[in-house]
Design a binder for this molecule. Structure first.
Ligand code: F6R
Length: 247
């Protein structure tokens, strides 16, 4: 695992956008899985600007959804689908046929999971996963305690995720369950990038990178990935004791 510490959120975001562009230039038909949320928002906005300035071709790649709130419609501003549509798919002019997201209103969630796992297999795996981490160390909706061996599954969200998740919604919303790729998808992705910014993530980053690798801290799984990079700003890295590639 490589650790890159950037001066601030802006520098981090420029570099994250660069990683996506680098992959698409090298492999135009790449399979990407991008997290929603506050952490990657600026990276996606910078990506959209750069892609329109440089005319980079995103017509052959595909996007796999990382997670979704169960019971929340894609039209709801707080959904992961809405976020990705607004910050990634619309600005990059990605067509519907390139997008494969979980449906938070599916009638059969088991089938929804099987469909996603089959699709990823059919596409011969994910080239790049960019994930954030929650205040409880979750990745996607892989909450503390979840096995590292899982593929797509439905999960009861823990209290932290239910309350922190309110920040995405315009009104109080019941967030009881989620549907998510599993941590085995992360381990099997050809490249994994974990990003975090801000002082509020410092404790989670310290635990994930410097305490034992454990299902109690799902983000610690990143250290088991053969080609992983943790990209954080100085604030998120402020509780780290060991040396890193400071940028
Ligand atoms: C979102 C997702 C979540 C977030 C995490 C951090 O698709 O998978 O695991 O990455 O909760 O969220 P932010 O970036 O809002 O702090």
């Amino acid at each position: 695992m490589k650790l890159k510490v950037y001066k601030d959120y802006n520098a981090l975001s420029i570099s994250v956008a660069g990683k996506i562009i680098e992959l698409i230039k090298y492999k135009p038909d790449a399979v990407l899985c991008l997290a929603a949320g506050d952490t990657p928002r600026l990276a996606y906005n910078l990506l959209a600007q750069q892609v329109s300035n440089e005319n980079i071709d995103f017509t052959r790649c595909s996007f796999i959804g990382l997670d979704e709130w169960i019971g929340i419609a894609p039209e709801n501003e707080g959904s992961c689908s809405f976020f990705l549509q607004r910050h990634v798919f619309n600005p990059l002019h990605i067509s519907a046929s390139q997008i494969h997201l979980f449906n938070g209103l599916a009638e059969d969630f088991l089938y929804e999971c099987e469909k996603m796992d089959a699709l990823i297999a059919e596409k011969k795996g994910i080239d790049l996963m960019i994930v954030g981490t929650g205040m409880n160390g979750h990745i996607g909706f892989n909450e503390p305690g979840v096995s590292f061996n899982k593929y797509s599954h439905v999960i009861n969200l823990d209290g932290t995720t239910q309350s922190v998740g309110q920040k995405y919604f315009t009104q109080p919303t019941a967030l009881k369950q989620g549907i998510t790729l599993g941590l085995n998808h992360l381990l099997q992705a050809r490249k994994a990038i974990l990003i975090a910014n801000g002082i509020k993530k410092a404790d989670v980053i310290h635990k994930a990178l410097e305490e034992e690798i454990s299902t109690d801290m799902p983000a610690s799984i990143i250290r088991l990935h053969p080609d992983a990079t943790v990209m954080i700003d100085e604030d998120a890295g402020s509780l780290l004791v060991k040396n890193s590639d400071a940028l």
